[in-house]
Ligand binder design. Sequence first.
Ligand SMILES: *Cc1c(COP(=O)(O)O)cnc(C)c1O
Length: 368
Amino acid sequence: MSIPFVDLHAQYLSLKDEIDAAIARTIANSSFVRGPDVESFEAEYSSLMDIKHTISCANGTDALYIAMKALGVKPGDEVITTAQSWISTSETIGQHGATPIFVDVDPVTSTIDVAKIAERITSRTVGIIPVHLYGQMADMPAIMNLAGKHGLWVIEDCAQAHLATIDGRKAGQFGTITTWSFYPGKNLGAMGDAGAITTNDDALARHMACFARHGGLVKGDHEMEGINSRLDGLQAAILRVKLPHLSRWTRERRAIAKRYDALLADIPGIATPTEVAGREHVYHLYVIEADNRDALAAALKDRGIPTVINYKRALPFLPAYAHLRHTPADFPVAHRLQGRILSLPIFAELNEEQQDAIVAAVRAVATA
Ligand SMILES: *Cc1c(COP(=O)(O)O)cnc(C)c1O
């Protein structure tokens, strides 16, 4: 039995006729950049996420860049973000000439430790970018409260958290702006790069839509200099086929995660992820902690079980940030976790037989 880390082909096969028809329709219409499917996708996404505006763009990294551009981030500014994420979250801060101010993560959720944000706020701080890492939301009510007190904007990086909730409220409904990725392996994935920005703010929405499209909504009418970051018609058509299935896929991911929790519970040296009361984790990744992580990963690989480390190094410890001269003592939780975390395969189509084989391999290695 071969078990992939993420089975994108299984998902394609489950919707093959509809996806093939959507691609054929786009080719027949030649609606390759923007076009009717892009407009429809934006409206359908806004409706599912209960947010007024969706501005589609080329990928989730551009979404962050465009959001910060609209918020006026400039050289000299400081933007607070989490020590544990994919580099998009921090590299886009640097792209505006601003400095990422990293904050250590909470040991239970691996999301930004809200108790440690206030001490990093200075007169140069302009905003906060929490990341709903692995699919569980950061403590948004507390973050919004703090941001409000200090007059800061908040961008929710929702690249891993489609349909996650806290106290029944969806990810994306708290921040000034929210950014999304539809990279193929994300919970809602295109068949190439794709992304979006959502907001309830009319003026920001218009500004971001203009900026992403060469500074104008009407061809030839450039209100400002912008960039070229558009969703293409094929990706929009594919995303429209997949969007109605996102809620079911999320339920299936959650059921798989709960089954992992139960099956892995008694294995020594392994800790399963914690879903905090009041939060609905959407398990973009199922991340365990292991005492002998590297040995476990190597032994699982020998047994044909793929795993991934998300991420090998916390952001402050990447060579890209060597100039900030951070030490492990600055981010003790993120530093400890980077040596212990291991992501097991999870995707909506993962079947019980595959999952049993994964768990059996983990048990055999951990108890050997
Ligand atoms: C995937 C991801 C992004 C970037 O999305 P792309 O579409 O790959 O550019 C940003 N932030 C986080 C947390 C991500 O996981």
